[in-house]
Design a protein around this ligand. Structure first.
Ligand SMILES: Cc1cc2nc3c(=O)[nH]c(=O)nc-3n(C[C@H](O)[C@H](O)[C@H](O)COP(=O)(O)OP(=O)(O)OC[C@H]3O[C@@H](n4cnc5c(N)ncnc54)[C@H](O)[C@@H]3O)c2cc1C
Length: 384
């Protein structure tokens, strides 16, 4: 009998998992997505950067799955004629005080096996980005850009071609595990699966609760706002220009990002979304208390335009306020632990027949094909 597997969420992670399970196990996979299109949430509202693995704690899932995921994604895009451009990334120190952190970043990148890492001085960095300024930079020539929604749509096609299906407008409302199956309720319709994998992004806590596994972390929404460079200002940026990250946050800081469609974005900041409903949980209260100085809402970067202009001009002084127009942002799903700390690594839990992706923030889009392999490896095949 064919194994039946349900996947909740048609973001890039859920679709990659569905394809992997259909491809390697011959399972019949059904993806249940609440929205009426794939990639409606984080997957369709991000910077579009294929990270090379510079930042992450060596040995962590993020470090290993980002490196592996990047290689798999490059191959996948080539195979399917999807856009993928190695525009390269500069991480720029704009003051001497940032040099030690920049040096540490270069060492970490090498420890993670990121290819081609070079440390550049003020002059050499301008050969890479002629309009950028800084005292030093780390250059990652293989950091790339891709069209994640297009990848997600292609993955959905793969699932269908492998005999599975992606059911849109199918919001999961209840989950029940029995001795022989896991039952999933969508409206009045009941699905019965041998296994269920939840890749629900911002919906993770709700799904975990339905599965009777609220767990020790909660998802906190962090809005990321962007501006886009207008007209000829786009020519001031060739690839990707990033600040030296603040180690207190899992976010990379407001950056300048060339996108696959030719737009150049400035952002995202990280503004705490509406957490009123989450304040009953001690982890969120502690997070709020810990960051009260910066203001509960404005955790990293400021929501006002002036702050984006300053952030952009710090690295590319020729940019002016008139060059920046607001554009669509996204909301990150970031897990926070009971002690109020932001969970850094990817987290996947197994409970009986159910696998729950608890934390898949950036670089999970980059890493999606490798996360899928990882999950296929830990979800046991059904013993029949
Ligand atoms: C502003 C921003 C910038 C980022 N930049 C980058 C970047 O440059 N590079 C990178 O690699 N990553 C980046 N990321 C992170 C990346 O976008 C995410 O890690 C990745 O998209 C996560 O994919 P996902 O499938 O887990 O989540 P999502 O894309 O959010 O998908 C989850 C899906 O689950 C569905 N769902 C939830 N609950 C239910 C339910 N009950 N029933 C049915 N369906 C449900 C939702 O509708 C949604 O479609 C960024 C994220 C943001 C927000």
């Amino acid at each position: 009998m064919t194994e039946r597997i349900g996947v909740i969420g048609a973001g890039i992670v859920g679709l990659a998992v569905a394809r992997e399970l259909a491809r390697t196990r011959g399972a019949e996979v059904i993806v249940l997505e609440g929205e009426n299109r794939v990639a409606a949430h984080q997957t369709g509202h991000n910077s579009g950067v294929v990270h090379a693995g510079i930042y992450y704690q060596p040995g962590s899932l993020k470090a290993t799955l980002c490196r592996e995921g990047m290689a798999l994604l490059r191959e996948y895009c080539a195979e399917h004629g999807l856009p993928y451009e190695e525009v390269g990334k500069l991480v720029v120190a704009s003051t001497a005080a940032e040099r030690p952190a920049l040096r540490a970043l270069a060492e970490r990148a090498r420890a993670n096996g990121v290819p081609g890492i070079a440390e550049l001085d003020a002059l050499a960095l301008r050969e890479v980005e002629p309009h950028a300024v800084g005292v030093a930079a780390v250059h990652s020539p293989h950091t790339a850009i891709a069209d994640f929604p297009a990848v997600a749509r292609r993955l959905a096609r793969d699932v269908a071609e492998l005999g599975g299906s992606v059911r849109l407008a199918h919001p999961v409302k209840a989950i029940r595990e029995t001795a022989s199956a896991v039952e999933v309720l969508v409206g009045r319709r009941k699905f019965a699966f041998d296994r269920l994998v939840a890749c629900a992004g911002l919906g993770t806590d709700a799904v975990a609760k339905m599965a009777g596994q609220p767990g020790e972390v909660r998802i906190v929404p962090f809005k990321g706002e962007y501006y886009a460079l207008a007209g000829s200002a786009k020519d001031l940026v060739r690839g990707l220009i990033y600040p030296v990250p603040d180690p207190r946050y899992p976010f990379l800081g407001v950056h300048l990002t060339r996108r696959i469609d030719g737009e150049v974005l400035v952002g995202p900041n990280a503004v705490l979304g509406d957490v009123r409903a989450l304040l009953t949980w001690e982890g969120t209260r502690r997070l709020a208390r810990r960051h009260w100085r910066t203001g509960l809402r404005e955790l990293y970067g400021s929501a006002v335009k002036g702050a984006f202009v300053r952030a952009a001009r710090r690295y590319v002084p020729a940019i002016t306020a008139a060059d920046l127009a607001p554009t669509e942002g996204g909301v990150r799903a970031q897990a926070v632990s009971r002690d109020g700390g932001m969970v850094d690594d990817f987290v996947v839990d197994l409970h009986g027949r159910i696998a729950l992706v608890r934390n898949a923030p950036s670089p999970a889009a980059t890493s999606s094909l490798a996360i899928a392999r990882h999950i296929a490896g830990i979800v046991p095949a059904l013993a029949r």
